[in-house]
Write a protein that binds this ligand. Sequence first.
Ligand code: ZN
Length: 133
Amino acid sequence: MKILKIDHLGIAVNSIEDGKSFWTDVLGLNFQGSETVTEQKVTTAFFPVGESEVELLESTAPDGPIARYIEKKGQGIQHIAFRVDNIENALAELKEKGIQLIDEKPRIGAGGAKIAFLHPKATSGVLVELCER
Ligand code: ZN
């Protein structure tokens, strides 16, 4: 498995509209637009930072994974995404090492990236996403 870089930090917010001014007006990052991933009941907004990005996540439904996360833990960093060169190979390697996966096969996330989540039980509590784009 080859990790290329931190692709993005996923941050759960109640509202992208309310949350984005800190990242743009205060930190001066560019708001690169938003995209709704219907299947995940989430709207994402990206703010590039060098070679990585901040990704704000807003739930589109009260029973969506981001809404449930905020209910339990409040707003804040929800996941860290690493870009890999080959996600299928990475998942096969992790499986072989006995790492608990949420997604055994990649699915399509925002921007058409192939993504898969590792279970926080296997990572000392951090929700780790792998992505390939
Ligand atoms: Zn993500």
